[in-house]
Design a protein around this ligand. Structure first.
Ligand code: HEC
Length: 160
């Protein structure tokens, strides 16, 4: 993003009275492109998966079509190559990605593959429509693959 664009964006955010810290816009940091790539990627994942878990928990009305649409979008997202966002040397900066990722990329990739497998199963069942129990089970199974990776590779707070 150009500096001028960023300034406009920041002043718009400020004008809207929203609290803003530099970390809150780190997705757009052109000095840390790999970090921005992966954080934006996971933000998209979460923005599709979040409403699905909210429906399962009853925090949002259950909508079959929306459920299927979110599952389709999640399935599209897991086809992207997220390892592009983790090149050597991108372990520092504004990030919650633990250094362990770069010590065992194969394990990290296999945890990504687990997410992919779970999301594909979720997409199938969500598009069949009516079996809420089955859909809820696949949402839970997908959530476990997020947690499995985060437990090993994502810190709660920014690291540097
Ligand atoms: C293979 C590992 C892996 C899987 C699977 C995974 N994540 Fe993450 N996630 C990470 C890492 C690593 C980061 C930290 C990236 C950074 O800060 O540079 C992250 C960051 C995030 C963030 C913060 C993004 C931001 O704005 O900085 C959210 C939200 C998130 N993940 C949600 C999810 C959800 C929801 C799932 C499952 C549907 C999931 N993740 C699956 C590894 C994973």
């Amino acid at each position: 993003m150009l500096k001028a664009q960023r300034t406009i964006l920041l002043s718009l955010i400020a004008a809207a009275g929203l609290a803003v810290s530099p970390l809150a816009i780190s997705h757009l940091n052109d000095k840390e492109m790999p970090q921005s790539y992966r954080q934006s990627y996971f933000a998209l994942i979460a923005m599709n998966f979040g409403p699905m878990t909210a429906m399962v928990k009853g925090e949002m009305p259950w909508d079959e079509q929306q459920m299927a649409a979110y599952a389709d979008q999640l399935a599209a997202l897991v086809t992207l190559d997220v390892l592009r966002g983790f090149p050597d040397g991108s372990d520092k900066g504004t990030t919650r990605a633990k250094p362990a990722i770069w010590e065992d990329k194969a394990d990290f990739q296999s945890k990504m593959d687990d997410l992919k497998t779970a999301v594909n199963a979720l997409q199938r069942v969500a598009n069949q429509g009516t079996d809420r129990k089955a859909i809820a089970a696949e949402v839970a199974a997908t959530g476990k693959t997020c947690k499995a990776c985060h437990d090993d590779y994502k810190s709660k707070d920014y690291l540097y």
